[in-house]
Design a binder for this molecule. Structure first.
Ligand code: GDD
Ligand code: MN
Length: 362
């Protein structure tokens, strides 16, 4: 049996046209269709549920509070009952005429079969030069990582043997768009992968969701499966935020020192340093929450308690920071050096403690 997953985000207009097309293409085969919709604002899920009443082979999974093509496909596959799992765009860009061939291929090889825009006879259709170039660069970069090489590892149109998927799933990365690529990276080298050329059609309605953010996620993915195996991306991001925090820290310190001119030298130094520390803590918390730990971002009350935890965790770091800076300052180290040395000690402490208490699920 074939389980076809259709990931959707704002495809309300396309679904009613696509489902009959798929059914016509799969006539005579045993199949199910699973729409995985991320609570689309245009109500794709509602259209899907409506269609399901008259199309018994159709089911809808509506995910709330989550986004992402790869994770949607993975969840669809997990809910599927077929022995062959397939996925295609829900906008008409993929050739339904190929579905039966993909199914047949996987049934025979127990590997992967893909609709390929770069195989002999295939084409990307009407793309502007920019997207064309991006796609080629992404393909070249990612091919180096693949255990099994194909001409179009970024295709969003493929079928895979259920058992093979099950075995690979624990290692899959659910970020972004590149589910096929990730499978090709993780599967055993000797897995069969057949390609079927097709021309990437144009969208029936609506627009592409391949945004700048998705492109960034692709670069993150490349990092994750290479250097990231040794140095996690969250650590690198935390350090970048920390480095930026040091700049904030220094700028605020200079400003406060300027404003507090005239007060006693030691007092002015300590107060300016303390203000700089707290402003840097606030800015670091915000940046880490929206960027470094965006996958476990704290919102609402959690963000508030998280902020207090962050502060508490940073408090000891801040004391150490202040003590180091004050000591160096009193032993007549240049001010800037004293301030930076203190901040560095504080930063090391902060990473360790906040991984432990603030964004624990990371
Ligand atoms: N559930 C869910 N959640 N579905 C999504 C999301 C999401 O966050 N983002 C996109 N989709 C759905 C779309 O609604 C569509 O059915 C399918 O996933 C592919 O998204 P498109 O927006 O149509 O992508 P594209 O046509 O620009 O990109 C195609 O080519 C890429 C490589 O060049 C797709 O086939 C990609 O899979 C492929 O990687
Ligand atoms: Mn598409």
């Amino acid at each position: 049996m074939l389980s076809l997953v259709l990931p959707t985000f704002n495809e309300a207009q396309n679904l009613p046209e696509l489902i009959p097309r798929i059914e016509a293409a799969l006539e005579g085969l045993e199949y199910e269709i699973i729409v995985v919709d991320d609570d689309s604002p245009d109500g794709t899920w509602r259209i899907g549920l409506e269609l399901a009443k008259s199309h018994p082979s159709l089911r809808v999974i509506r995910r709330v509070g989550r986004r992402g093509l790869s994770s949607a496909v993975i969840e669809g596959f997990l809910a599927a009952t077929g022995d062959v799992l397939a996925v295609m765009d829900a906008d008409g860009q993929h050739d339904t005429g190929l579905l039966a061939q993909l199914y047949e291929s996987v049934t025979r090889t127990q590997g992967i079969a893909l609709g390929s825009r770069y195989a002999e006879g295939g084409s990307v259709g009407q793309w502007d030069e920019r997207r064309h170039l991006m796609s080629r660069v992404a393909t070249q970069l990612s091919l180096r990582l693949c255990a099994v090489k194909v001409a179009d590892p970024m295709s969003g149109f493929f079928a895979i043997d259920r058992e093979l998927f099950e075995r690979t799933r624990p290692r899959l990365n659910s970020k972004g768009f590149k589910i096929l690529l990730d499978l090709l990276v993780q599967i055993p080298k000797d897995t069969a992968a057949e390609e079927f050329a097709f021309t990437f059609g144009s969208r029936m309605h609506g627009e592409s969701k391949l945004s700048g953010r998705v492109q960034l996620e692709f670069l993150e993915y490349l990092y994750d499966v290479t250097v990231g195996r040794l140095i996690p991306l969250t650590f690198v991001k935390f350090c970048i935020v920390g480095a930026f925090g040091v700049l904030v820290h220094l700028a605020v310190f200079k400003l406060a020192r300027h404003l507090l001119e005239g007060t006693g030298d030691d007092f002015g130094f300590r107060l300016s340093k303390a203000v700089a520390i707290e402003v840097a803590i606030v800015s670091n918390f915000l940046l880490n929450n929206v960027w470094t730990f965006s996958h476990v971002r704290l919102v609402g009350v959690d963000a508030l308690t998280g902020f207090f935890k962050f502060n508490a965790a940073c408090a000891l770091g801040a004391l150490a920071d202040l003590a180091v800076a004050d000591y160096l300052h009193r032993s007549s180290t240049p001010e800037t050096v004293a301030v930076l040395a203190g901040a560095f000690v504080g930063a090391l402490w902060n990473y360790g403690m906040n991984r432990l208490v603030t964004w624990r699920a990371a």
